[in-house]
Design a binder for this molecule. Sequence first.
Ligand SMILES: [Zn+2]
Ligand SMILES: [Zn+2]
Length: 103
Amino acid sequence: MEFCDRCGAMMLPIKKGSKNYWECRICNYKKLAKIAALKLKTEIKHQKRRIEEARDILPTIAKLCPNCEHNKAYYWTEQTGMEDKPITQLFRCVKCNYTWRED
Ligand SMILES: [Zn+2]
Ligand SMILES: [Zn+2]
């Protein structure tokens, strides 16, 4: 629960893009929701750790990154479609983490 700094009315949580705000329905005063921002930070941290974990597992290959032109990438395969479809090769740049696929 949050109260407006300007008029003291109860504020409503609203979401704009990836950010969460509190909005006063009386005077339209807005402020960033701190708790949500903190949560987002934890999520990013978690995501980063997941990528780091993947780094330990995935093999690397000499491959030009379409994003930053670094010439080393992690690679793995994925079979997305039907069984007769070819396996998709996925790459992730070791430098910028850009991920792309090649059929
Ligand atoms: Zn207000
Ligand atoms: Zn790259």
